[in-house]
Design a protein around this ligand. Structure first.
Ligand code: ZN
Length: 287
């Protein structure tokens, strides 16, 4: 096998293969080499045979005032929406996707749903103008008991958003994880939040976003009985007509440290998972 030179060490530094800790070094080098090669091959494959499916993005707040893991700045948000348009994506609603699944409308070539959880007022003041300027739809999941509280959307804002093409969904009444309560309590959370919005004159609520992304095998049945047609999770991936509609896949977008490349990397990760068929929530949940 002979000797190998280690890059960066200079030619006088030679590792004898086979002797001492050399085998471990060689193993590591081989491993690294394989990782780089496989990564490259995977990237090429995903580029050549892009997996089909709908992206769903998950945002919370869009403003310059709060600095936390849930806030994207308006500048960054606008750049991300531009990147989506540049990459050929068309923003649709979850209902558009469900209608397309029933053959009632066509899907654009690269569909994306831009969603916001919790219902912060900046979704109206900051995000909506950015979306409208680009002709993009969005979906907002409301915690109904927070509507009208300081920092949260008001009923008037919700009505106006709906008029301007925003789809509204439920993020339950109290934002408690549905998996940590009795099934009756979970049903209550789903039912009350839906009725509250519908009684206030908003359109029928068809989609729910699980608080903290938490769900279990019992919740889809309850949601179906309460006349929800779909629910979104925090599991990353791409949605196809085979994806369980009560476990739609969604990519969380926190504030980035590396700009738009980080955003594209997150989308790419979802594509890789879809390409490999890993954790894509296909079919009904098993025990
Ligand atoms: Zn939430």
């Amino acid at each position: 096998m002979g000797k190998i030179y280690v890059a960066g060490y200079g030619k006088s530094e030679i590792h004898e293969s086979g002797g001492g800790g050399g085998w471990l070094f060689r193993l590591l080098l081989t491993f690294l080499f394989l990782v780089v090669m496989l990564g490259g091959a995977l990237a090429a494959m995903v580029e050549m045979y892009p997996p089909q499916g709908m992206l769903i993005l998950e945002y919370h707040k869009v403003n310059d005032r709060t600095k936390d893991d849930y806030t994207v700045s308006p500048t960054e948000f606008a750049a991300q929406m531009d990147a989506l348009k540049e990459d050929g994506y068309t923003a649709i609603s979850v209902l558009d996707f469900l209608r397309a699944k029933k053959g009632k409308q066509a899907l654009p070539e690269k569909p994306v749903v831009v969603t916001f959880d919790d219902g912060y007022s900046d979704n109206y003041t900051e995000a909506l103008p950015i979306l409208e300027k680009r002709g993009m739809k969005a979906t907002v999941f409301m915690v109904t008991n927070d509507i009208g509280l300081p920092g949260y959307l008001t009923w008037d804002q919700l009505r106006d958003m709906e008029k301007r093409g925003v789809e509204l969904g439920s993020h339950t009444a109290n934002h408690l994880p549905l998996t940590e309560m009795t099934l009756d309590e979970a049903r209550d959370e789903a039912q009350k939040s839906k009725l509250q919005m519908e009684w206030k004159g908003l359109k029928t609520i068809f989609v729910l976003s699980y608080p903290n992304g938490k769900y279990d095998k019992y919740l889809p049945t309850i949601l179906k009985e309460e006349e929800y047609l779909a629910a979104v999770t925090g599991d990353p991936g791409l949605n196809t007509f085979k994806t369980d509609p009560y476990r739609l896949l969604r990519i969380n977008i926190p504030p980035s440290h590396f700009g738009i490349r980080e955003f594209r990397l997150r989308l790419w990760k979802a594509k890789v998972l879809a390409f490999l068929g890993l954790w894509q929530n296909v079919g009904e949940m098993k025990d």
